[in-house]
Design a protein around this ligand. Structure first.
Ligand SMILES: [Zn+2]
Length: 377
């Protein structure tokens, strides 16, 4: 805009051709321009001090396996424990399934409000409950937000299309991670980064969610290592004066009721995961009473985004900042029976079809054979 104006002014000068008229447009230009070096310096300082948030969610991390990973020297989880608030006893609510839990994490309300009871997202009410990114954007659209995920429903249904300034989905955690590294290194305007990894959940479903299954343990360690790399980059930015809050957690455990599952479980192993927070007003030390809905509320509090009140009050609390927070409301979500049975419906129908076909062909060939023999006789 300014260069357009300058071109216009220069054009006027050239057209006028008089030396006296040279001074006046330039004077006018400098008066009209809002440029002030002091203002710019203050703006830079303000930008550096502006609160920023990085939320890292890793699908399907059991608490005990997060702890195994944190016992390693270079673990990102271990750094969070030594530098912030942490717990290996964070609850995901009554349903240990990705859909409900990621929804709770990002909206800050429980399943009985957002209505997501399973991965089908049937009858969800997410349109009535803003996710973290939407809330930030509506508060101040000039804040720069980014969401990078593996699992499509997080981006398409929970956050919704075209909400974050950068909103991308990748088919591999490695690609999600590379992009996160790139954005954190290069995007100095970034205010909120959300990253959703998936490898531990995948390894758990294929090999088993267990501290005794090496494939699963290795997947958790790899996610931890990736997180540690993001933390390193963030720490460089923090050393330049930026103010970052970091939250890392998962949407559920696994292996509690069945080795390769975690669906809608009443098992504590499935319903429990880890939660770690560092930066801002975090009170370092172990957290008690941590729940997945705390994520959105803690992030919004750090970003100084006003929280809704009255009947719209969110269920989470900024527990890491206020260790004495009241307990979170206990949600009343109906058990997702459909979700549990659905995974069995497909194989049952398949087996049924095969049986019917087998019986039908048996009868058909038996009849043909008897007709053939009748004809022979
Ligand atoms: Zn999950």
């Amino acid at each position: 805009m300014r260069s357009l104006w300058a071109t216009f002014v220069v054009g006027l000068i050239l057209l006028s051709g008089s030396p006296t008229s040279v001074a006046s447009p330039i004077e006018e230009f400098s008066q009209d321009s809002s440029y002030d070096p002091l203002d710019e310096l203050l703006q830079t300082i303000e930008n550096a001090a502006a609160p920023r948030v990085m939320v890292i969610g890793i699908d399907g991390v059991r608490s005990d396996v997060a702890q195994i990973s944190a016992s390693r020297e270079d673990s990102g989880f271990a750094r969070m424990v030594s530098e912030g608030a942490w717990t290996y006893d964070s609850k995901v609510g009554p349903i240990s399934i990705s859909g409900p839990s990621w929804s709770s994490m990002l909206t800050g309300v429980w399943c009985d409000r957002h209505g997501v009871m399973g991965n089908s997202f049937d009858n969800h009410k997410l349109d009535q409950h803003l996710d973290l990114i939407d809330r930030v954007e509506r508060h101040n659209s000039s804040l720069k937000t980014a969401s990078l995920v593996y699992w499509a429903p997080i981006s398409e249904l929970i956050i919704g299309p075209e909400i974050a300034d950068i909103q991308e989905r990748y088919g591999e955690d490695a690609d999600v991670h590379d992009r996160a590294v790139e954005i954190l290194r290069e995007d100095l305007d970034l205010d909120l980064l959300f990253v959703g990894y998936d490898d531990p959940d995948y390894a758990g479903h294929v090999h088993g969610f267990s501290p005794d299954v090496s494939e699963y343990v290795d997947a958790v360690k790899l996610a931890d290592d990736r997180f540690a790399e993001l933390l390193d980059i963030l720490d460089e930015r923090i050393s330049r004066g930026e103010d970052w809050l970091v939250i890392v957690t998962s949407d559920h455990g696994g292996g509690g009721s069945t080795l390769r599952g975690h669906s809608a479980s009443s098992s504590e192993v499935d319903l429990t995961t880890f939660m770690m927070v560092r930066g801002g007003d975090t009170v370092a030390g172990e957290m008690y009473g941590s729940v997945v809905v705390d994520v959105a509320v803690t992030a919004l509090t750090h970003l100084e985004v006003p929280l809704p009140n009255g009947e719209n009050t969110l269920d989470g609390r900024p527990l890491a900042f206020q260790p004495d927070s009241d307990a979170s409301r206990v949600p009343n979500c109906s058990a997702p029976l459909v979700e549990v049975t659905f995974s069995y419906i497909v194989p049952i129908v398949q087996v049924g079809i095969i049986l019917v076909l087998a019986v039908a062909s048996f009868i058909f060939f038996k009849r043909r054979k008897s007709t053939f023999m009748d004809e022979e006789e």
